[in-house]
Write a protein that binds this ligand. Structure first.
Ligand SMILES: Nc1nc2c(ncn2[C@@H]2O[C@H](COP(=O)(O)OP(=O)(O)OP(=O)(O)O)[C@@H](O)[C@H]2O)c(=O)[nH]1
Ligand SMILES: Nc1nc2c(ncn2[C@@H]2O[C@H](COP(=O)(O)OP(=O)(O)OP(=O)(O)O)[C@@H](O)[C@H]2O)c(=O)[nH]1
Ligand SMILES: [Mg+2]
Ligand SMILES: [Mg+2]
Lengths: 292, 278
């Protein structure tokens, strides 16, 4: 663990009384290794280390009996505050329906998330409509329909060969007309470098003006998380992030990377395959997971 | 990096950065750099312009370390079991493989053994209909091992050359799910008398260091024969497979380069390394 690695670095401090530049460099290297191992983007790591280094040579650390533990606490506090400090909420639109649009790369868990959010709102007594706007993936519509059926939540699907934008627009009119308070739109997974698919998202967002666009990212994403997030934010614009598959052993450094480069907070985490497996994101818990 | 004229500390830092950016991971990046330094000591550069080729040579050296036993022969039927974590690209990769083998004249059968996820069986059936291949399937919720048992028998009865088994996505840390996939493989081994079974792990090219954990645990459970690296058409480099080959000797067999059925290619080391360093 980082605590053990840092106690090794600071083991020989006692009797010397102050950190040498070499001690600080060794400590920073251990922190860098821990963060890279956790899949934090290497540029974000460099900035983070620069920020932490200044504080690590402060008075409290030097006077402490356990400088290694103090540095770990410093790193943890810094990570927590960088990821937003405390949980962020989704909120509701001024007038219904509140529209939530889910976007992201292939296989990250968007369709599952649509069902999870649907269940969450349904449990709060809201009338929810799910839109099956992935018109490309084989059986994507059936997947959302099956989930809707299991949860007794309505699913809007388009006609055969109907473009995603039309499906989205018609689902909005239905939601509005039939008094749904929440409209959750599932979209097809797509690459951030696929211009025509990114344009499709832009057109849906322009037409529907969703209250929240959520970028859905897999917790095991590596260095590429930064490229993906920046491009999605630039091309479409999103309000929050959902990090999925946190029930595995991925450290989830992408959570820090995405927040650092886009400023957008992680709002929820996926913790399993079932509709109930959705939790609010707690920055401090994520910080200790990233540190390892 | 390679426009620098001097091989100094800054050069080594930049080289480490490129490798880290590609998800190679620190330990493997350092190993590559140490390997390159040793090579340069042994046969110094005549010109810094030779550096890119030397670096590529060192990385290719890692890629050539495959050390998995060959798939045993002795059966007209080959069974491929496709496994991996949720959403990696298994079902789509199976459609691609089935299409490829079918096009080259093999008689292919698919087993829809993801009996868990919503519309998993429907997804397989749609692909199979598109490419003209048969599917063995049961109801959603049925026992995956039972589907596999039926599929092996059907493959033998119908004279299929290749049976490809689609399995449910599973996180490698979930012990009951890993026990389930071990049971599926045991059923295949029993019905095939151990012959001609290939187990392939699908890894998403955007995966970071967790890919090594995935490979280790799936390998412990199943003795993998190879990896399919999917979604290499994005901006991620898939460098984690270098750490995997270095640690476990498991080679990449195919790469996925898109969502269409044609978007599958055999893994080619030189192209992979060029892309990693670009
Ligand atoms: N373990 C785990 N699995 C998850 C989680 N969220 C989704 N999954 C699984 O991940 C796989 C992919 O989920 P989908 O919801 O189909 O992903 P998607 O983003 O809609 O995929 P595309 O539409 O193809 O882009 C499925 O097997 C889901 O059951 C999670 O939080 N934990
Ligand atoms: N761009 C791209 N997308 C891919 C590739 N391979 C698969 N996909 C997409 O990734 C998503 C998930 O693919 P699936 O084949 O359903 O993945 P899976 O591993 O079977 O998922 P589960 O069964 O839910 O665990 C789909 O949207 C696919 O179209 C690839 O090589 N490139
Ligand atoms: Mg989907
Ligand atoms: Mg599948």
């Amino acid at each position: 663990t980082l605590t053990n690695r840092l106690s090794d670095v600071f083991r020989n401090l006692r009797g010397r009384g102050r950190l040498s530049d070499k001690d600080v460099e060794s400590a920073m290297r251990e922190i860098k290794l821990a963060l890279l191992e956790a899949d934090v983007n290497y540029k974000v790591v460099k900035d983070f280390i620069a920020g932490v280094k200044e504080k690590a040579v402060g008075e409290e650390i030097l006077k402490s009996l356990t400088p290694g533990q103090q540095v770990v606490k410093l790193v943890s506090d810094e990570l927590t505050s960088l990821m937003g400090g405390s949980p962020s909420t989704l909120g509701l639109a001024g007038k219904p329906p509140t529209i939530i649009m889910l976007v992201g790369l292939q296989g990250t868990g968007k369709t599952s998330l649509a069902a999870k959010l649907g269940l969450m709102y349904k449990s709060e007594g809201k009338k929810v409509l799910l839109t099956a706007a992935d018109v490309y993936r084989p059986a994507a519509v059936q997947q959302l329909e099956a989930l809707g059926k299991e949860l007794d939540i309505d699913v809007f699907k388009g006609e055969k060969d109907e473009p995603a934008l039309k499906v989205a627009e018609r689902s909005y009119r239905t939601a509005d007309k039939e008094g749904y308070s929440i409209l959750i739109m599932d979209t097809a997974g797509r690459l951030h470098i696929d211009e025509s698919m990114m344009d499709e998202l832009k057109s849906i967002k322009t037409a529907l003006k969703p209250h929240s666009v959520l970028f859905v990212a897999d917790a095991m994403t590596g260095q590429d998380a930064v490229n993906q997030a920046l491009q999605f934010d630039e091309s479409v614009g999103f309000d929050g992030v959902v990090l999925t598959k946190l029930d595995g052993d991925a450290r989830g450094g992408a959570a820090l990377s995405v927040k650092a480069v886009t400023g957008k907070p992680v709002m929820f985490v996926g913790t399993g395959e079932k509709p109930r497996d959705l939790e609010v994101f707690y920055p401090d818990r994520m910080a200790s997971r990233i540190i390892g | 990096v390679f426009s620098r004229k001097r091989i100094d500390d800054r050069f080594w830092e930049d080289t480490e950065d490129i490798l880290i950016q590609g998800d190679v991971g620190v330990p493997t990046a350092l190993k590559i750099i140490e390997g390159l330094k040793a090579d340069l000591k042994e046969s110094p550069l005549r010109d810094t312009a030779e550096m890119p080729e030397r670096l590529k040579k060192t990385i290719i050296g890692i890629l050539e370390q495959e050390r998995i036993p060959p798939v045993s022969t002795g059966s007209p039927l080959t069974v491929k079991i496709i496994v991996g974590v949720n959403g990696a690209g298994k079902t789509t990769s199976i459609a691609k493989l089935a299409h490829k083998f079918s096009e080259s004249g093999s008689r292919v059968l698919i087993a829809a053994a993801d009996t868990y996820r919503a519309a998993a069986i429907e997804q397989v059936q749609i692909w199979a209909d598109r490419i003209g291949v048969d599917v063995v399937k049961h109801e959603r919720g049925s026992d995956a091992a039972a589907v596999v048992y039926d599929a092996v028998h059907a493959a033998k009865a119908r004279g299929a050359d290749i049976l490809i088994i689609d399995t449910a996505g599973r996180l490698h840390t979930k012990v009951p799910l890993m026990e389930e996939i071990r049971k599926v493989k045991r059923v295949v081994e029993r019905e095939m008398q151990g012959a001609q079974i290939e187990t392939l792990l699908v890894i998403d090219a955007t995966t970071g260091q967790n890919g090594l954990s995935q490979a280790k645990l799936f390998n412990d459970a199943l003795d993998l024969n190879g990896i399919i690296l999917a979604k290499l058409d994005g901006t991620a480099k898939g460098g984690i497979i270098l750490a995997i080959i270095d640690a476990l000797g498991i080679p990449v067999r195919y790469i996925g380069t898109g969502e269409r059925v044609e978007d599958l290619a055999e893994f080619e080391a030189h192209a992979f390394v060029d892309a990693l360093l670009s």
